[in-house]
Design a protein around this ligand. Structure first.
Ligand code: S3P
Length: 436
């Protein structure tokens, strides 16, 4: 499918509600599968990556139903998944594969995990190595990639506690090890080189687990106690996804005179880097109505377009905006000066090599953009428009389409159907903001 966005002739106006947050949805479905009893999760998003988690759980014998946006499933109370020995196909979803590995290790379930050709290229030793340290038998394909085989622990022997560091600041890796730690013989300490989103810690606490920050063990360490009783089932409604909102906010930022609000999005501080970047670029960003939703801050965001200037993004900001660089690149293409991103080599291991893909697409649209080993730069005001290629990456598809709203020649995105992996109503939502 080709998706074409023409240059907007008038400011964008309106208020949007985003689909439920993907990161929370993955966790909610998986943790509910480990809980004792039936969970009901409202506003559960129905997209490619969340279907990957549901399908993987169903293959392991934990089916779920999704009616009127509410996901229901019955957990195994921490016992091995019923269809042990199955292959759980994780589609394109790295979050599914990495967190599921932790759940298999925790419950002692033997299974194979596999995924799409894209997922088979992504690094998996980062979870396998620490799980092995805990005594799990786990093997990856040559190159440290999927398929991954986890062996059953039929004797019910617990894992050894983890006391060490994980190689990258990654919520997926931290979550995998934290889940395994729930099934260990004593408390675990997990140290990260930098801070990452803490959805897992918050949700596990909400379900009765003992998981806390451990400043005594390091600046980015957590301590996880083994479960004494099964996790309590979930009865929650998921807040909106700030990673989807990023595209609506980016669109509003680059179309002069725009004023766009997104209501009820998750504002976990590990995810709000996009708001800080947009505001550092000059957009007026106001957050209001912040409330608590099952341990997560949730609120409304209003963005008013203002003249944009380039920024430098590096260090701790990178992980807080890790999924938002395609959107940031689209905004940078219309900001005055050269925006530079550094310390972001992790972007090369996402749904695509996002550094290469962002630069290739910006150049195809006429913009001056350069790659570096750990980032990229883009000179604002040089993007004319033309044809971009999604290349199997949902966020690339949406960011390049958004760029079309301010590009003199508009932008056509080839193979844009991939965007339904995460935000199926993207095009309709953005078009609804056009002032009629
Ligand atoms: C996610 C964490 C991030 C992010 C991914 C979702 C999560 O990955 O890129 O889209 O839900 O924990 P890393 O933690 O590996 O950086």
């Amino acid at each position: 499918m080709d998706l074409k966005f023409e240059r907007a002739r008038a400011p964008l106006r309106g208020t949007l509600e985003m689909p439920g947050d993907k990161s929370l949805a993955h966790r909610a479905a998986l943790f509910a599968a480990l809980a004792g009893g039936e969970s009901a999760i409202a506003r559960f998003p129905d997209s490619g990556v969340t279907r990957a988690m549901r399908n993987a759980l169903a293959a392991l014998g934990v089916p779920s139903s999704l009616d009127d946006g509410t996901l229901r499933l019955s957990g195994t109370a921490g016992r091995p998944f019923p269809a042990a020995g199955a292959t759980a196909f994780c589609g394109n979803s790295g979050t599914t594969m990495r967190m599921l590995a932790g759940a298999l290790a925790m419950t002692g379930t033997g299974a194979r995990m596999d995924g799409s050709a894209g997922l088979r290229r992504r690094p998996m030793e980062r979870i396998a190595a620490p799980l092995r340290e805990m005594g799990a038998e786990i093997s990856t394909a040559p190159g440290g990639t999927a398929p991954i085989d986890v062996a059953a622990r039929p004797d019910g022997r617990p894992l050894s506690p983890f006391d060490g560091s994980i190689p990258v600041a990654s919520a997926q890796v931290k979550s995998c090890i934290a889940l395994a730690a729930l099934g260990a013989s004593g408390p675990s300490t997990i140290r990260e080189p930098g801070p990452s989103r803490d959805h897992t810690e918050r949700m596990l606490r909400h379900m009765g687990a003992c998981v806390r920050a451990a400043p005594e063990a390091g600046p980015h360490a957590i301590r996880v106690e083994p479960l004494e009783r099964p996790l309590a089932p979930l009865r929650i409604s998921l807040p909106g996804d700030i990673s989807s909102a990023a595209f609506a906010l980016a669109a509003a930022a680059i179309v002069p005179g725009s004023e766009v609000a997104v209501r009820g999005v998750c504002l976990n501080p590990g995810r709000t880097g996009i708001l800080d970047c947009l505001s550092a670029m000059g957009a007026e960003v106001a957050v209001s109505g912040v409330r608590d939703c099952a341990g997560e801050p949730v609120g409304d965001v209003l963005l008013r377009a203002r003249p944009l200037k380039a920024i430098d993004v590096s260090g701790g900001m990178v992980v807080r905006a890790i999924d938002e660089f395609p959107a940031i690149a689209a905004v940078a293409a219309f900001a005055e000066g050269v925006t530079t991103v550094r310390d972001a080599a992790e972007l090369r291991g996402k749904e695509s090599d996002r550094i290469a893909a962002i630069v290739r697409n910006l150049r195809a649209l006429g913009a001056e953009a350069e790659e570096s080993p750990d980032g990229f730069s883009v000179r604002g005001g040089t993007l004319r428009g033309g044809v971009a290629e999604a290349g199997g990456d949902h966020r690339l598809a949406m960011s390049m389409a958004v760029a079309g709203l301010a590009a003199p020649e508009g932008v056509t995105v080839r193979n844009a159907e991939i965007l339904s992996e995460s935000y199926p109503s993207f095009a309709a939502d953005i078009r609804s903001l056009a002032v009629r």
